[in-house]
Design a protein around this ligand. Structure first.
Ligand SMILES: C[S@@+](CC[C@H](N)C(=O)[O-])C[C@H]1O[C@@H](n2cnc3c(N)ncnc32)[C@H](O)[C@@H]1O
Length: 199
């Protein structure tokens, strides 16, 4: 099955994610539950292990997560030794940013940058310390866990085009020489939680 054959679902709507993160934020405030771990703990461990092998932690290793949700993956990277001030998450749901920032405070990871950003419409903001020299990769590693899936389930635009068709172009624009990209996804042509390396 290709992504073009996937039926649109509520998982492809911003309203869905806004309501998910509103509820997760309330739960976090009430009982400290950090929320859903997409694809389970194993997928987080697998992605972190891959990162350590290919882009080892160093004071200036910069990592961007597209659709960072509650920040689980970024927090796992901090636990693995990555510098929190070099990590950034973007998400188009304001509730996710609020939740991830609240969790970050309780984990001593408040130096992670979380920005509200629709990946299909805007350029993810660079970290201030990495924005000076455009000749070099802005990011050493770009990660996606479950966001491609959500985008693949969006309904077609008014011309009948699936928004997911634009995903590779946006990723390609971010991939400067030396930048790696790692995705875990369950959609369509990729089998469950397959990790693929493009660059
Ligand atoms: C399945 S969740 C995964 C969240 C997180 N990566 C994790 O593993 O816990 C998909 C995430 O993608 C975000 N998202 C969907 N479309 C987006 C877009 N166009 N730009 C930015 N974030 C998006 C959603 O708000 C949601 O947080």
């Amino acid at each position: 099955m290709s992504t073009a054959e996937l039926q649109p679902s509520k998982l492809g709507t911003k309203e869905h994610w806004d309501s998910v993160y509103e509820e997760e934020f309330d739960n976090f405030e009430e009982i400290g539950d950090e929320g859903e771990i997409w694809f389970g703990v194993e997928s987080v461990e697998k992605m972190v292990e891959w990162a350590i092998e290919h882009v080892p932690p160093s004071p200036d290793t910069s990592i961007l997560e597209i659709g960072s949700g509650n920040g689980t993956l970024l927090f796992a990277l901090v636990d693995a030794g990555y510098a929190s001030e070099q990590l950034s998450g973007i998400d188009y749901s304001a509730g996710s940013i609020k939740l991830a920032q609240a969790i970050a405070k309780t984990r001593g990871a408040e130096n992670i940058t979380f920005n509200l950003c629709d990946f299909l419409k805007e350029d993810p903001p660079l970290l201030p310390q990495n924005s000076q020299d455009s000749r070099h990769a802005a990011w050493d590693l770009i990660m996606d866990k479950g966001t491609f899936d959500a985008i693949a389930l969006m309904k077609p635009d008014e011309d009948g085009n699936a928004p997911v068709a634009n995903y590779p172009r946006h990723i390609a624009e971010l991939l400067k020489p030396g930048c790696l990209y790692l995705i875990t996804c369950a959609s369509g042509f990729l089998s469950m939680s397959q990790v693929m390396i493009i660059n």
